[in-house]
Design a protein around this ligand. Structure first.
Ligand SMILES: NC(=O)c1ccc[n+]([C@@H]2O[C@H](COP(=O)([O-])OP(=O)(O)OC[C@H]3O[C@@H](n4cnc5c(N)ncnc54)[C@H](OP(=O)(O)O)[C@@H]3O)[C@@H](O)[C@H]2O)c1
Length: 305
């Protein structure tokens, strides 16, 4: 796997991370984790809320069976959401959440802790205190955020000492407003509306690794855009054509599209299927031509003004 440096950290990680949001009920989890690690996919993305903590618990149990060591893998988890109730970045919540994560993952430390979604009532001084405690106790090595806009990151940065090394955002061929917004600038089009505060440029400027979640979903978990999807006929035609050219599959081409961006985005794959992960690994080895990248972008429904 191609490796990328994660933010300003010392972590060298594969450009595809394994998303663990859907793993709770897998019956071949040990085989799946072994397959991933053996193929260079040793970065696992968790969150305390995934299946109510069950994803982390099941992961730890299965990982133990693989025979790999803790140092062989990079573990990231997220906290700050109390599902359906509130977001909570208080010091107390963050510290408790990390203790829960460590217990469920059966480890002494996580490599990266990310704040899952911005908390409207955030008190950055409290976040800073929590991060200091977590860093000095060795429980968390690096910190990051998820679904954060530039100014929300700036607010945190005013108080916290540690670098924020990742920002997780939804990003895919069917969810690429981060790109469209930068291309349509001040036009009277929908995509010109600033939804993310130029987060793509901001993260590049500040050496924060963008992590692309839901790389194959459209909307907010509405389904997969690949295949017989009547919402994306042109896109699928082109995905199929490029699959033929590169002797691969549409899933691989959609992966290559994300990874072709020079921001060195880390894609978080949520598949639970070893064969699909194989396609994704194949896609990570393909470098699309510039015109091919733009053709896919256009066929996903965007314009070039
Ligand atoms: N920070 C955040 O707010 C946030 C939000 C959501 C997710 N995440 C992270 O991002 C990771 C990925 O998210 P995701 O799971 O939504 O991503 P995804 O990879 O786009 O979706 C995975 C799901 O789509 C199915 N799938 C993928 N390709 C398919 C195809 N060609 N045909 C049919 N089904 C296909 C998979 O089924 P199979 O299992 O059968 O392959 C699986 O159910 C998560 O695991 C989590 O770590 C973060």
């Amino acid at each position: 796997m191609k490796k990328i440096k994660i933010g300003k950290s010392d972590i060298l990680a594969p450009n595809v991370a394994v998303g663990c949001m859907r793993i709770a009920n897998m019956n071949n989890l040990t085989e799946y984790i072994s397959f991933c690690i053996e193929n260079g996919l040793n970065f696992f993305d968790h969150a305390d809320i995934y299946s109510n903590g069950e994803c982390e618990t099941q992961f730890a149990k299965a990982f133990k069976q693989t025979g790999f060591k803790r140092e062989d893998i990079i573990l990231q988890s997220k906290c700050g959401i109390v599902p359906g109730v509130m977001y909570d970045f208080s010091k107390k919540h963050i510290l408790n959440a990390v203790d829960g994560i460590l217990k469920r993952l059966d480890t002494d430390y996580i490599d990266i802790l990310a704040l899952h979604r911005p908390d409207a009532l955030v008190e950055p001084e409290e976040v800073a205190e929590a991060f200091d405690i977590l860093q000095s106790s060795g429980k968390v090595k690096n910190f990051g955020v998820s679904n954060h806009k530039p100014y929300q990151i700036e607010l945190l940065k005013k108080y916290i000492k540690q670098d924020l090394v990742v920002n997780q955002m939804q990003f895919s061929l069917s969810f690429s407003n981060m790109i469209a917004n930068g291309l349509e600038v001040n036009m009277l089009t929908d995509c010109a509306i600033d939804r993310d505060g130029s987060v793509l440029d901001y993260c590049r400027l500040n050496d924060i690794t963008l992590q692309a979640w839901s790389p194959f979903q459209y909307g907010f978990f509405e389904g997969i855009f690949i295949g017989n999807n009547e919402k994306f006929p042109e896109l699928n035609k082109t995905l199929n054509a490029f699959s033929e050219k590169y002797n691969t599959t549409p899933t691989a081409i959609a992966t290559a599209w994300i990874l072709r961006h020079p921001a060195k985005i880390q894609m978080i794959a949520g598949t639970t299927n070893i064969n699909r992960m194989r396609e994704i690994i194949n896609g990570s080895k393909i470098t699309l031509e510039r015109d091919e990248w733009y053709k896919l972008y256009l066929d996903s429904g965007h314009i070039l003004p």
